[in-house]
Design a protein around this ligand. Sequence first.
Ligand code: FPP
Length: 250
Amino acid sequence: MKLFGKKEAQAGQLDLTRLPRHIALIMDGNGRWAKKRGLPRTAGHAAGAETFRRVATYCKTIGIEYLTVYAFSTENWQRPADEVKAIMDILEKYLQEAIETMERDRVKMKFFGDISFLSQKLRTLIAETEKISSRFDGVQVNMCVNYGGRDEIVRAAREYAEEYKATGVPLTEDLFSRYLFSAGLPDPDLIIRPSGEMRISNFLLWQSAYSEFYFTDVLWPDFNARALDRALIAYQHRDRRFGGIKEREK
Ligand code: FPP
């Protein structure tokens, strides 16, 4: 896949001075991509992981600050055991390679979700990845693994309840957001879902209150820099009002 450099992006209609700070991505369509090619679904996930690597690199190149990707949901455990294992193995391999190439790629990585259900090996790799990359600046990738938006909200509510017992501090939206995995980050400006599905699937339920949505029929393994540029250009044509009205209509 060809990666666009900064200059090439500039040559199109993309305005690199008005990029979203935070992009979120639902990496959907791996299974269908594999089926179309007569391959096992797991080959689609492996191709999807490569696409993720390239898209994250492109986001770093053009100067996106935060990229949050949905790798495995709290509902994905319902899939056949061999598919779950294959996804976990792909994640493991990805993290092992990421650790080896981290000094070159310099992508900061964080993980959202309940990782206590993952294997010891995966948890160790996650801890190592987070630790090594914590000193990098540039793009921060938040990888959602065993993540569910409802689960995140329930956990936050439980944690707040504990704090309330001790301090009696009243709840505000701002305070509540500090108990989420995304504490301290700006909400996603743009949420992209490839593969033709138009639903949120328990992703970033709290944080997506005013996100712009972009849907495309491209299957995730076929997604590339050009597809991201198209989403970004569409985003730049949106009129974000956050429930208000335009300045000139006041
Ligand atoms: C959704 O497509 C995809 C997933 C549930 C798994 C996504 C996982 C990866 C891309 C690999 C994770 C690793 C890294 C490093 C990011 P689907 O299987 O639901 O596709 P379908 O709707 O066509 O069946």
